[in-house]
Design a protein around this ligand. Structure first.
Ligand SMILES: [Mg+2]
Length: 329
């Protein structure tokens, strides 16, 4: 027994030394890092998206481009409008379509807080949203042309209307009243509100940052179906459908998760990150592929050594971890 144990100990020492030299610090730290991935860690992923929206010239360009294209459509519709035709209207979302709430999103960074109805209601009441670049000028130009403006938003009619109306009036947005601001009452599906508007008005353009801001049936659909619906409507973009960019949030995020019950919002911060990561199409450089293969082999070696240790401990009645302790001492 003694001779056997000494021989086995020597083998395991060599194997353990190989594993340690292969693996080094990064692998040793990996499990602890993964276990502690928090909402604050997830919030860090907002930094690039929100920074781009707040600070880049390119975001401003896209906003101006969207409003210029929309105004062109409205002017053409007004020029072609005949007596007896339905009155003209535009339909638009509010948040990240004309209202800039990026400070709310940025405020989550370096905190452990997630979006909640409570904090969002507080943000709406504060009335600190800004106008997106060119939004006020666009809306005022549409108003001057005598076209109706319908703000179809999922801000709550019960709890978020007053602060929102005060905020939007202060920004110079026209037609701010309950006839034109169709806030959420029962469902966040906007289609019934679109149907009600279309009964009385000829809608020239729909505008939004979310696929659900368009009357094309993407509500609660998953990624593949959403993209198929968009592809089927591709000829209408830049004409009847005008889109603003929003990489910081939107229905595209939960739409990436199509497993189990598909309820992305019930996942932990770590699981959400995994969903986001898994949804990416990636190219891996050959050197990185080689490194990953080596790392996988090292993990396999560690597992083999651990299994062998456990088997020996069991066979000889030793407590779990006895061999590892003996090797390291
Ligand atoms: Mg929006």
């Amino acid at each position: 027994m003694k001779l056997f144990w000494m021989g086995k100990k020597k083998q395991l020492l060599v194997a353990a030394a190989l594993c340690v030299s292969f693996i080094g610090a990064p692998l040793a730290q990996a499990p602890a890092e993964a276990a502690s991935f928090s909402q604050e860690d997830l919030n860090d992923e907002l930094m690039m998206a929100v920074g781009w929206m707040q600070n880049s010239a390119e975001y401003r360009e896209l906003c101006y481009q969207a409003y210029n294209v929309a105004l062109l459509q409205v002017k053409q519709a007004v020029a072609n409008h005949k007596q007896g035709d339905k009155p003209l209207a535009i339909v638009l979302d509010a948040d990240e379509t004309v209202l800039d709430n990026s400070a709310f999103e940025a405020g989550l960074i370096d905190t452990d807080g997630a979006y909640s109805t409570k904090t969002w209601t507080e943000w709406c009441a504060a009335g600190e949203a800004l106008a997106m670049p060119g939004a006020t000028e666009y809306l005022q130009a549409v108003d001057k042309l005598g076209v109706q403006i319908f703000y179809v938003t999922n801000r709550s009619m019960d709890t978020q209307y007053e602060g929102s109306a005060t905020n939007m009036k202060a920004l110079g947005f026209p037609q701010i009243d309950k006839q034109h601001m169709l806030f959420k009452t029962t469902t966040s599906n906007k289609q019934p509100r679109y149907d009600a508007i279309e009964q009385k008005y000829d809608v020239v353009v729909y505008m939004g940052d979310n696929a659900g801001d368009l009357p094309i049936g993407t509500y609660h659909k998953k990624q593949t179906m959403r993209n198929a619906i968009i592809d089927a409507n591709k000829n209408k973009f830049g004409l009847k459908y005008i889109v603003l960019p929003n990489p910081s949030y939107g229905d595209w995020e939960p739409a990436q998760y199509d497993e189990g019950d598909g309820n992305y919002w019930a996942l932990s911060p770590k699981q959400k990150r995994e969903v986001r990561n898994k949804a990416l199409r990636k190219w891996v450089a050959p050197t990185e592929k080689k490194r990953m293969k080596t790392e996988a082999t090292q993990h396999s070696l560690v597992d083999q050594v651990k299994a062998e240790e456990a088997a020996i401990e069991k066979a000889h009645g030793l407590p779990a971890g006895a061999i590892a302790n003996d090797i390291h001492n």
